[in-house]
Structure formats: structure tokens, C-alpha cells
Ligand binder design. Sequence first.
Ligand code: TRP
Length: 344
Amino acid sequence: MAKEVVLTGLRANAEFHLGNYLGGILPMVQLQKKHAGKYQLNMFIPDLHSFTTPIDHGKLYEQTHKNLKYFVAAGLDIDQPDTFIYRQSYIPAHSELTWILDCFTGFGEMSRMTEFKDKAAQIGEDRISIGLFNYPVLMAADILIYSAKYVPVGEDQRQHVEFARDIAVRINNKFGDIFVLPSDNAEQLKFAGREKPVRIRSLRNPDKKMSKSVEDPAGTVMLSDSPEEAVKKIIEATTDSLAKINSDFERQPGVANLLQILALLTGASQSKVNNEWGGKSSYGELKRAVADAVSSFLKELQDKLAAIDDKKLMQKLEADEEAMRKVADATLLKVQKAVGLRPV
Ligand code: TRP
């Protein structure tokens, strides 16, 4: 029997920072380690999703590939035969299926999507694209076209995965057995192990998430920062005036954030790190330890990045795209037949 499919998207366009690494890249690499051999893993780059909000298009193509390389540098194993990596836009069936699903999706249903409402509120009505509105339908196509069962995603994407299941049920009710249903939310959570999502904070505004923003360059360690630049940012991180180390995100978010970074980078459990540092008074010492960890992490990651065989990676990408195009086309044809676009 064919292996069940676990599918997830690898973010494409934004430049990566330490928060992306610890909260997104690393979990993805661990996911592969955990499931390789037992499941088919589709780890794809949703490049068509990357400009549902405005971006610099001159950078998209290159950034997509650079980001993929960061995943490989972080340990994503491209020799694993059950892992398929591919770019969404290289498999046109995703887009074609999206159009068909669009015609069975309610306007009201999409208007109620939380992420859409949040982003729309942020960017202002006149800049909202239909692409942003339609984002969940393309995501549903990404999932359904490969009959994916499990879709590990962050909290903010859960609703979209549930929509994929809803639309699959709707199509199956109308046209018969077309799609394999993705697992329901409870099963998805069970599969993902319900781990608490990692949220790395800004080093300067520890009440906020670390993010790549022009206003806060000192609060964000980019994966492309030199180890020296990163050390400086850690040493200058905002803490508090309590002079007592304690992992309390409410009262001491800066210190708690440093403890979190230290645990994740050194691979020690959070409780071990908290016990080791808890009650001590020297923030300088803690910063030094974090700075050392960040510095050796960046050095190693950047060395690995430089050692990647680009040609081999491109070959893998293209071979997987060819294989996945066949799978996607077959699903699309089934749908095209069902809706009357192709002879049965
Ligand atoms: N929307 C996802 C994110 O922002 C990326 C994504 C696109 C995705 N299509 C997907 C994730 C399909 C899982 C399955 O992270």
C-alpha cells in the first residue's frame, strides 16, 4: 500500500531570522527525522502564496532558492527517498484545481477566515488582493491534490487545513469519491504531538515576536548576520531591572526569551536551562552564554550553507517536480472529469 502523505509548506519569500529557524525550520527538519520511512513527506515551497501581500518581485526567485538551502543546511535530508521537495508554481495543476475549487467555495466562508481578516485589517482595504482572499483555496488545492492525510502547520494555519477538509467533503458529496480527506483537527493535533509552538521574541521589544522589520534590526538576528553582528545584538538585548534570572514571559520577557534561545540552540531541555540559570543575578553572564551559542550556531549553519552542492539540489528539485506533476495531474483529471470538463 502507498504510504500516507504528510504535507507541509516551506516559507519562500522573506529572509530568515533566528525566530524562523527555531520556530519553523528546525521543527520541519525534526518532522522529517521523525517520519522518514513511515510516511511520504511532501515539503513544498508555496511560491504562489508569497505575493498574496506585496513583496519585492525582483528578489522572489532567488530568495526562494536561498531559503530552500537554509532548510538543507539545517539538516533537511534531500537523499531521503520518501521526501519530495518542489515548487508550487512548477506544478500548474495546483492553480487549475484552485479555480475549480473556487467555484464551490462561498464568498462568506472566505470572508470569515481569521488570517484574512487579520491581514486585511493590517494592510488596509485598498491594498487587499483577491489573491489574499483566495489564499485558503490554493492551500486546499496544495493539500488535496496529493491526497495528504496530515498537514502539520502553525496555529494560524489550522483553520485553512480545516477548510481543505470541508471543501473535500463538499466535492465528494456532490461528485462521489474524488478526494482523500485530510484528518480532522483533533487527529492533526494528535499527529503533531501538540507541542507548544516556539515563539522567539524581539531582542529589543521582547513583548513582540522576533520579525524582520525595518524598525527593529537590532532586535532580530538574521541567519545571514555575521557571528560578530549577532553577538552584539545579544549583548545589547533588552532585559529588565529585577536583576534576577527567571523564566517568566509575563514579567521578564527579555530574560525568558534569552533562556528559551539558549535551550533551543544547545538542545538542552528548557527546564534544565531554567534550573541552571534560575535565581542567578548576572544578566551579563547569561547574555555571554547565549551569545556564544548563537555565534557557534551561525558559524556552523553558514559553513553548511556554503558547502551545499547547488547542482545536486536543483536536480533533486526538478526530479521531484516531475514525479509530483504526475500525481497532481492525475488528481486534477479526476476532478475535471467529475465537473464535466473532460469525457468520463
Ligand atoms: N500557508 C502556509 C504558511 O503560511 C504555507 C502553505 C501553503 C501550506 N500551502 C500549504 C502549508 C499547504 C501546509 C499545506 O505557513
